[in-house]
Design a protein around this ligand. Structure first.
Ligand SMILES: Nc1ncnc2c1ncn2[C@@H]1O[C@H](COP(=O)(O)OP(=O)(O)OP(=O)(O)O)[C@@H](O)[C@H]1O
Length: 597
């Protein structure tokens, strides 16, 4: 450990700051100061004075006017505008402040080439100690990983008192701020965040020699809240560790520093896992580690005595505890590596259980367990929903060593979930079938109602027609009666004319009827000779005497001598007399008219 890097824990001297961030950052500042000079020329080479300022101004003004995203959310009334440009004119700083750390001030900026929003970091520097800042840039430039904040560009300010570097912008600030916002994130979120941090660390540690971050803490981990994307930032403290070598620089934040960082024996990339263990504790409990300590000296003492933070006692999840214990292990060799931790039971990605086939009756379901992590297994099996149980099937596959035992509970619960989904789908299908039937019946009913309404209309129409026809019939009947009456009158007039034996011109019908009645009122008694009667009939029907004699002869030939004999004749007797049909009708009519009169 160098003289300059020796911390003065007891006194809290000039290179030490009490408080959360001050300790490590103080050392960091001194080291950063040593790198600046080495890199000034390199950074100045990036200046591009030929850029067209007016075009950039137009772009920005246009962007500012049209993009509501440029409104500062921390101050809704403040419209964003450009304050300055990068030397090469690719980046422009806006008036929106993203945050301030112990050494850095971070503003929102625009990448005019890509159209992205970026973070414009301003680091205030001294002039005589600038080595580490250049180193930070070198590391940042070589690092490209989805869980590490991307570095874009860096340069020195004109007065050479500020070092400016442009990085990827993280929309939701630091993980620490975010945890406070969420109060206590649930284990699922903690797992997701942890996996991303560990992926970033595994990437850094996977370099040859490994890159050690040395200041992993929730303040240096950033989040894009919209996608729950986590990235490690502030690689200013990162160092390459030459194989076989160990680092001796005292750097970091006391609460997150592994015991070996305080000692002179050196340390390796496992210090980042120690710090990750502290982060996991903070993510789970929401408490800053060693919050019970009032100064860094107390923290130092506790760490050296291997006393863990009080908040550890609050964690009950055994899987989380297992990870933390591994990370906080005093012996760095006992700490699992980032890659190993990614495969432990709490952090491993559970396999997916998916349906491959499902017969229509949902009896035989073909399922597949797909492992995403290092296992990269895929197990396909058939499940009989009538006979099998998830517990039995999974236990059997574990026994046959088809599935790893550590996923037993997960796969069993996933199969249960799938069965519930199938059942739900079944119920939905049944309900839909009932709905369809109900709808069919309802539409049939509607159709029948319409048909019935049409029929009722037609019945009413028919009824009306019937009424009309009835009326018509009554009228017709009346007309018929009238016609019959008129016919009768006409017959009477005819008979009257015949009996009078004169051609009468009837002035009116009433007179004719009177005359006929006179003839008809002539009474023929039963003993009236057939001669008299037949001669009257012949006269009434305008027949000659010869015809009358003919009729009389035929009647007398049948022994019919009087009107009385004639009246006694039956219908069949009439036809046997040998008279013409006309003669019979005439005789009968006269008899009937007389009798009716
Ligand atoms: N890439 C970024 N995107 C969005 N906001 C950022 C970014 N980098 C930093 N910030 C904001 O700026 C603040 C200060 O940044 P940072 O903590 O890195 O500064 P620092 O001086 O290095 O801090 P420390 O005191 O931890 O050393 C952060 O708390 C965060 O809110």
């Amino acid at each position: 450990m160098t003289e300059a890097a020796q911390p003065n824990f007891e006194g809290g001297g000039t290179t030490m700051m009490t408080g959360l961030d001050g300790f490590g950052s103080t050392f960091l500042l001194e080291k950063r100061d040593t790198t600046i000079a080495d890199h000034i020329n390199f950074q100045l080479a990036q200046y591009n004075t030929n850029s067209t300022d007016s075009a950039i101004t137009a772009f920005i003004n246009n962007h500012t006017a049209n993009n509501s995203d440029l409104i500062d959310r921390s101050n809704q009334n403040q419209v964003e505008h450009v304050l300055e440009w990068s030397p090469n004119k690719r980046y422009c700083r806006l008036n929106t402040l993203l945050g301030k750390g112990a050494f850095k001030v971070v503003h929102k900026a625009m990448d005019l080439e890509e159209g992205y929003e970026v973070a414009w970091n301003v680091l205030h520097i001294g002039h005589d100690n600038n080595k580490d800042v250049g180193h930070e840039i070198e590391i940042l430039k070589s690092v490209r990983h989805p869980n590490i904040i991307a570095f874009h560009d860096a340069w020195l300010s004109e007065n050479r008192t500020e070092f400016i570097f442009v990085t990827e912008l993280m929309t939701s600030g630091t993980l620490r701020e975010y945890i406070r916002k969420l109060s206590l994130p649930n284990p699922k979120i903690v797992k997701k965040w942890s996996r991303q941090i560990l992926k970033g660390l595994a990437y850094l540690h996977g370099h040859n020699p490994p890159i050690i971050h040395r200041d992993i803490k929730c303040d240096n981990i950033f989040i894009n809240g919209a996608h729950g994307e986590i990235k490690i930032g502030d690689l200013g403290t990162a160092e390459n560790m030459w194989l076989g070598d160990k680092k001796y620089t005292l750097i970091g934040t006391p609460e997150f520093m592994a015991p070996e960082m305080y000692e002179e024996e050196g340390y390796n990339e496992k210090v980042d896992l120690y710090a990750f263990g502290m982060c996991l504790m903070e993510m789970t409990t929401g408490e800053y580690p060693y919050a019970e300590c009032t100064n860094t000296a107390q923290i130092y003492k506790k760490v050296c005595q291997h006393i863990k933070p009080d908040s550890l006692a609050k964690i009950q999840n055994l899987q989380v505890l297992e990870v933390i214990h591994s990370c906080l292990s005093t012996n760095e060799n006992e700490r699992l590596s980032a890659q190993e931790l990614l495969e432990c039971s709490f952090l491993a990605v559970e396999p997916d259980v998916v349906i491959l086939e499902n017969d229509p009756s949902h009896t035989i379901v073909t399922l597949q367990v797909v492992f995403k992590g290092s296992d990269k297994l895929s197990v396909k099996f058939e499940f009989n929903t009538q006979e099998d149980t998830p517990q039995e099937v999974v236990a059997e596959m574990i026994e046959e060593q088809v599935l790893p035992e550590r996923y037993q509970q997960w796969i069993t619960s996933e199969i249960h979930r799938i069965l519930r989904d199938i059942e739900k789908q079944d119920t939905q299908e049944n309900t839909q079938a009932v709905w369809r039937r109900e709808n069919d019946i309802r539409s049939e009913l509607e159709k029948s109602k319409v048909e019935l309404a049409n029929l009722v209309e037609r019945v009413i129409e028919f009824e009306n027609k019937c009424d009309q026809l009835k009326q018509h019939a009554i009228v017709t009947e009346e007309k018929e009666l009238q016609a019959l009456n008129e016919l009768e009158k006409a017959i009477k007039v005819y008979y009257y004319q015949q009996n009078e034996d004169t051609i009468m011109v009837l002035s009116d019908e009433e007179d004719a009827v009177l005359h006929l009645n006179k003839v008809l009122s002539k009474d023929y008694s039963d003993d009236t000779s057939i001669d008299v009667f037949v001669n009257d009939v012949a006269k009434a029907t305008n027949r000659s005497c010869t015809k009358a004699s003919e009729w009389i002869q035929k009647l007398e030939g049948q022994d019919i001598m009087t009107v009385g004999d004639l009246r006694e004749l039956l219908d069949e007797d009439w036809s046997s007399i040998g008279l013409t049909v006309f003669a019979i009708r005439a005789l009968k009519n006269m008899l009937r008219s007389v009798d009716n009169a």
